[in-house]
Write a protein that binds this ligand. Structure first.
Ligand code: ADP
Length: 462
């Protein structure tokens, strides 16, 4: 028997355990809706934190003036300035710069990190020119997109719970990150303040909403994943004691922590138990870019061990966690050559498998497809869960009219098969007819502009 034929039972078993037929998707969507409700009822009520963003004025299009945004969410930070010209002129001009964070600052002190960021902003501000006009009075205002877990306390303050994504900066946990930035800007001699502190899903929603009133939900599918949506204040029971009960707000679901009803395999469970946060972020570990490549690697290692998929010897690299990355899966799935030579090259480069048969390469592509398909379809089911919850509370709000789900993140943007599986699952769940009205679309840099718009909408001087 060929190696590929020998691996066929493992592949068949994987496919059946990862299968997401409509009843499974429906179960996931229903559980998402139920968990959202439980998280809105009380803090700690479910896997979903359902965090209040304190964004209760959405961009209207009337915003006017010069605003800055600063985005810190990974190894780069971005600064952006936008000159807004009101309903007619909209975005008169905008410019941005990206600065990479030196490795040592990721392990340094809070002051060092924020001083570096504030000095990057100061240099950028110093280059203001042309169409950009300084505000007449008051301080310059900054929308700060900060994509680490914080406990939000108002639109312009939030306490860092913990650093993630490789950051281990001392002294920040328990502090208000907006104050940290405000103080650093002061040290740099910048007359500016943070007027909106938000995460990337929230700023993506705000940015997309600025252009299109039908945007109700935003989803990030990148290294990690998150979703937020527009909620009625009076549908948030945990708000009980607040006077503020009318109007809408944005709820940050933190849906990466969702875990109900997911079709998981031994590969997922092993990856989870060997991770730095076992038992946490299960949805994220099933659908997001940080993990899809690693799941595939684990499957391929098993195929190599139990059916000699790549011959008699197994390269060490194939046993090394995270050597296969999600962009590699996407690249392999785009290989249309007769001999799948790109698949062969990636196997060789990344996993040290120097020679692979055509049959083995085909099997690899099928494994990638199985994992991407499960991820995309489950993400689609999650989106339907959110839409469903909104529709249940306000009949006619979502279905029977145009509704936009704003998407962002490298995984969604660069993995066409994943994207298609996601859209297919949404259509299967809500029906072809209804799905024509649900527009799932990629927003190009919604989040940068979104944070600046939220700075404008929450301006102290506007
Ligand atoms: P962030 O790290 O803030 O989420 P992005 O939204 O740019 O940044 O997402 C980057 C992630 O997107 C990568 O970690 C990777 O998982 C995924 N990604 C990037 N390029 C591709 C690609 N070509 N195919 C599939 N996934 C990709």
């Amino acid at each position: 028997v060929s190696a590929a034929a020998a691996a066929a039972p493992i592949l068949a078993d994987l496919k059946s355990k990862c299968a997401t037929p409509v009843p499974v998707l429906r179960r996931v969507a229903d559980a998402m809706a139920a968990d959202m409700r439980a998280g809105l009822a009380e803090d700690g009520g479910s896997d979903l934190k359902m965090i209040l963003s304190y964004v209760d004025s959405l961009p209207t299009g009337n915003e006017n003036g010069l605003f800055y945004a600063l985005d810190l969410g990974g190894t780069n930070f971005r600064v952006l300035r936008v000159q807004l010209g009101g309903k007619e002129k909209r975005v008169v001009d905008n410019e941005f710069e990206q600065v990479s964070i030196p490795q040592e600052l990721m392990y340094g002190t809070t002051e060092e990190l924020f001083d570096f960021i504030a000095s990057g902003l100061a240099k950028f501000v110093a280059k203001e020119k042309g169409l950009f006009h300084k505000p007449q009075e008051g301080k310059g205002e900054v929308g700060f997109t900060f994509s680490f877990p914080i406990k939000q306390t108002s639109i312009d303050s939030g306490i860092l719970i913990k650093w993630t994504k490789g950051f281990a900066v001392s002294g920040t946990a328990g502090k208000d990150v907006a104050s940290c930035l405000n103080e650093a800007m002061k040290r740099q001699g910048l007359d500016m303040r943070v007027s909106a502190l938000v995460n990337d899903a929230v700023s993506t929603l705000a940015g997309a909403r600025y252009w299109d009133d039908d945007v109700m939900v935003a989803v990030i599918l990148g290294t990690g994943t998150n979703a937020c949506y527009i909620e009625r204040m009076d549908a948030i029971p945990k708000l009980e004691n607040l006077a503020h009960k009318s109007g809408n707000t944005i709820i940050n679901t933190e849906w990466g922590a969702f875990s109900s009803g997911l079709p998981l395999t031994k590969f997922d469970k092993d990856m989870d138990s060997e991770s730095i946060n076992p038992g946490e972020q299960i949805f994220e570990k099933t659908i997001s870019g940080m993990y899809l490549g690693e799941i595939v690697r684990r499957v391929l290692l098993k195929m190599a061990q139990f059916s000699a998929l790549f011959g008699d010897s197994i390269p060490d690299k194939l046993s090394t966690p995270f050597v296969l990355r999600t962009p590699d899966l996407s690249t392999m799935q785009q290989d249309n050559s007769d001999d799948l030579h790109t698949v062969g090259a990636i196997l060789s480069d990344r996993t040290g498998v120097k020679s692979s048969s055509f049959g083995a390469r085909k099997t690899v592509v099928e494994v990638c497809d199985t994992i991407a398909k499960r991820g995309g379809r489950l993400a689609g089911a999650g989106i339907v869960g959110i839409l469903q919850k909104m529709e249940e509370d306000s009949s006619g709000l979502i279905f029977g009219k145009r509704t936009v789900v704003a998407m962002d993140g490298g995984l969604y943007e660069h993995y066409p098969q994943y994207r298609n599986y996601l859209k297919e699952a949404v259509a299967e769940l809500i029906g072809l007819e209804a799905s024509r009205n649900v527009v799932i679309e990629h927003t190009k840099d919604g989040s940068g502009i979104g944070a600046a718009l939220l700075a404008a909408a929450n301006s102290k001087y506007g």
